[in-house]
Design a protein around this ligand. Structure first.
Ligand SMILES: *Cc1c(COP(=O)(O)O)cnc(C)c1O
Ligand SMILES: [Zn+2]
Length: 419
């Protein structure tokens, strides 16, 4: 088996521990628990160290042994290794000593962290012989599946809620994918996709391929640690839809400790949601282990999952690490987007506004102490969610092509310095 499975050993049920072969399956037959990839960490420890990693190309595949593929990647070879930016001006605004932005708004090729999970899922699907890829998406996943399928020459079916931002819909259509817009919330899209996945032999990245797909999110955590000088950040703030990204970033830190890449220093991974869709945050704040499903109503459509598949595990990870969790209103999300743009020159989508807004709250309340340092995971680009900020940015000054008009305008604009 090891020849064909690389550093993976099996799939394993997170609930009962039963093992399954490394196929396109995602739930346990006995208790419907989610399946997760098990690795041979002894084998990984022998072949992966800091020197080997830093000697490789600057993509997320420098952590290949800790990602669920058997051989070499074949889809999304350029993904990852996005910048970790020192955000001094935003740090001052939020009142914290040290702040960094992990900037996945510039991920390749579709400007969100979903490029990580899709390239892992499709590289694994290629190993299994699939040629058709599909997904249930809140927007960014559909974009990445569509683009990567186009580049790989595969057929793609992407399923989205019908009320998504135009930028997200166009960004799937342009690559020639079949876009199916469902009149309903993401949770209904997802339910339909579970039925379709059972009937058609497609690689549904976040249904039957979910155990592999989800592991791709770990790469964001691996890179953060490496780019922080081989140190786990004291605080990481992560926005949540299904809760998978947060769960996997936490796992990535544990794995790096496990294989000896980094010291086990104190760390917390705080969750962020939009108040209009905050099942995980609401449960966490109430001290509950289980969330109550909600009907989403928020401008953060990429995070609008009312029944989060990994909500239970995200709550568990936050509890285990003594982390905090909070949520922000639509106005606070827009404020977060503006703060990040004006302080750091980074235009994030609504999900980024959620992360910044929640970080601001956690710092203000002392849950992230002002003398500490934090990393904010900024997961997608703002040009795809213009709908959310139209009418909230101020307006362009329209004048005739005349110096007199310009100077009369200038006398009314306080900000401009004339040298
Ligand atoms: C999907 C998505 C998330 C959250 O992903 P989960 O792993 O489902 O919690 C965060 N940010 C953006 C921009 C996304 O598209
Ligand atoms: Zn089970």
């Amino acid at each position: 088996m090891s020849q064909k499975s690389g550093y993976m050993e099996a799939l394993k049920c997170r609930e009962c521990g039963r093992k399954y072969p490394l196929e396109a399956v995602h739930v346990c037959e006995y208790d419907f628990g989610p399946l997760e990839v098990v690795y041979n960490y002894d084998k990984i420890r022998k072949s992966l160290n800091r020197e080997v990693i830093t000697g490789r190309p600057q993509t997320m595949w420098r952590y290949r042994e800790l990602l669920p593929i058997a051989g070499q990647p074949t889809v999304g070879l350029e993904v990852g290794y996005t910048p970790l930016i020192k955000a001094d001006r935003l740090a001052e605004k939020l009142g914290i000593r040290g702040l960094w932005i992990k900037n996945d708004t510039v991920n390749y090729p579709t400007l969100s962290f979903k490029d990580r999970v899709v390239s892992v899922a499709m590289s694994r699907a290629a190993e299994m012989g699939f040629k058709t890829v599909a997904c249930a998406s809140t927007g960014n996943l559909a974009n990445s599946v569509a683009a990567n399928a186009a580049a790989a020459g595969w057929d793609a079916f992407v399923f989205i809620p019908a009320d998504l931002e135009q930028g997200k819909v166009i960004n799937s259509l342009i690559y020639g994918a079949e876009v199916i817009a469902i009149k309903g919330h993401y949770d209904e899209v997802n339910r339909l996709c579970a039925e379709i996945a059972g009937k058609y032999g497609w690689a549904f990245v976040n249904v039957n391929m979910r155990p592999y797909y989800a592991e791709g999110s770990k790469s964001m955590g691996f890179e953060i640690v490496e780019q922080s000088g081989w140190k786990i950040p004291r605080h990481t703030v992560v926005c949540m839809a299904s809760g998978s990204l947060l769960t996997k970033i936490y796992k990535s830190y544990r794995e790096m400790i496990e294989i000896g890449l980094v010291d086990d220093t104190e760390h917390q991974v705080h969750g962020a949601q939009a108040t209009g869709c905050s099942p995980i945050s609401t449960a966490h704040k109430a001290g509950m282990d289980f969330f109550k499903p909600v009907k989403p109503d928020t401008i953060a459509k990429s995070l609008a999952i009312g029944t989060p598949a990994d909500g239970f595990y995200a709550l568990k990870a936050m509890k285990e690490s003594g982390s905090s969790c909070d949520d922000v209103t639509d106005d606070e999300i827009r404020e977060g987007i503006s703060l990040l743009a004006e302080c750091e020159g980074i235009f994030a989508e609504t999900a980024g506004g959620v992360t910044v807004g929640v970080a601001k709250k956690l710092i203000a309340s002392g849950k992230i102490p002002a003398e500490d340092e934090a990393v904010l995971c900024i997961t997608g680009h703002g040009l795809k969610t213009l709908d959310a900020v139209v009418g909230h940015t101020g307006e362009a000054n329209i004048i005739k092509p005349s110096l007199r008009e310009f100077e009369s305008l200038l006398s009314n604009v306080k900000k401009v310095a004339v040298n």
